[in-house]
Design a protein around this ligand. Structure first.
Ligand code: GH3
Ligand code: MG
Ligand code: MG
Ligand code: MG
Length: 314
């Protein structure tokens, strides 16, 4: 707990926070039976740059939540049918909404109501007639924290790349986007060569440094919009949208050469080098869904291994 803060880590965290603040306008759902009140609150929040929608009952909220992914929800403690506390409890039973920031607002600001709000699993309690600026600042804080936690959960700690889950989530969105725009997408599957031997010869710690080194290279050598993830173990994925097959291969070929010339240090101080092989598949040529694209990339990767490793096949 008392380890000093690494300044580069700190500056990365600050950049991340700034990026999160600039990211998409936060969307908020407000549930309150009093339409005038909810509408007025919504207008005020929107004037501050949020994108909020007022709903007048809990069932509308559940319907809306099914089809949208809001950044936060504000519910009145006394919604009809189901009160705000129970509504919050219901949300918390679903894994999808476990981390969704929920604020309860109440006319009754006494201790009992405030405690009930937190016992129900809400993130905050606000008197219903608080100044809009207070709603705004509190919501913003919850949204930033939840985005930051999510960002952390989406990253593989050793390489800093996307986890497989996060990569698959973004890939699904990317596929529907390129499909709509009639663009193409290159899916590259990378696998370190003879990595078991590297670990056995140079030590697991050195092996970890290799994984982190490739992670860094993938982080630094692509466009921000390219997806880069650790698929698992010593396998990585790079997704480039709207790069022709030829281009994607040329880009990855450059990385392959650069990586193969990096010197890594073994536990005994000796230097060694590692290479990777890769298979590339393209949307829509090799299929339109993740399974088809992945299986082609995997087949190409296998062929690259069989052909002698340290090469790319598409
Ligand atoms: P090939 O060229 O055919 O891919 O051979 P390989 O040895 O790389 O393939 P194999 O799948 O047999 O071995 C993968 C190795 O990757 C085995 C495992 O110990 C190692 N590995 C997986 N995850 C990690 C990790 O997080 N750290 C380290 N150091 N090694 C890992
Ligand atoms: Mg492997
Ligand atoms: Mg293998
Ligand atoms: Mg391998």
């Amino acid at each position: 707990l008392n380890t000093p803060v690494d300044p580069t880590e700190l500056s990365q965290a600050i950049n991340q926070l700034v990026a999160l603040r600039r990211a998409a306008r936060p969307s908020i759902l407000i549930v309150d039976e009093d339409r005038d009140f909810a509408g007025a609150l919504s207008d005020q929040l929107n004037a501050y740059g949020m994108q909020s929608v007022a709903l007048d009952d809990a069932s509308q909220l559940l319907t809306q939540l099914q089809c949208s992914d809001p950044d936060a929800v504000i519910v009145d403690a006394q919604t009809p049918d189901i009160n705000g506390f129970d509504l919050c409890r219901v949300l918390r039973t679903h894994s999808r909404w476990q981390d969704l920031p929920v604020l309860i607002m109440g006319r009754d600001n006494r201790l009992g109501a405030r405690l009930a709000a937190f016992e129900a699993g809400s993130d905050d309690f606000l008197p219903r007639h608080s100044a809009p600026a207070e709603f705004l600042v509190r919501i913003q804080t919850h949204i930033e924290r939840s985005r930051m936690m999510r960002e952390r959960a989406d990253r593989d700690p050793l390489t800093g790349l996307l986890t497989r889950r996060a990569l698959l989530e973004s890939l699904a969105a990317r596929l529907s986007e390129v499909s709509r725009k009639k663009q193409n997408l290159a899916f590259c599957l990378l696998d370190l060569d003879h990595f078991k031997r590297i670990n056995d010869t140079h030590g697991h710690l050195a092996g970890d440094r290799v994984l982190a080194g490739l992670g860094r290279l993938l982080q630094n050598r692509f466009r921000v919009e390219d997806l880069r993830g650790r698929w698992g173990g010593e396998e990585f994925v790079v997704v480039m949208a709207n790069e022709g097959m030829h281009n994607a291969r040329t880009i990855l070929e450059r990385i392959r050469r650069e990586f193969a010339e990096l010197d890594f240090q073994a536990v005994n101080g000796e230097n060694f080098r590692v290479s990777f092989s890769a298979g590339i598949a393209e949307f829509p040529t090799h299929g339109r869904d993740v399974e088809a694209i992945f299986s082609t990339a995997d087949r190409h990767l296998y062929a690259a291994k069989a052909a002698g490793r340290n090469r790319i096949i598409r």
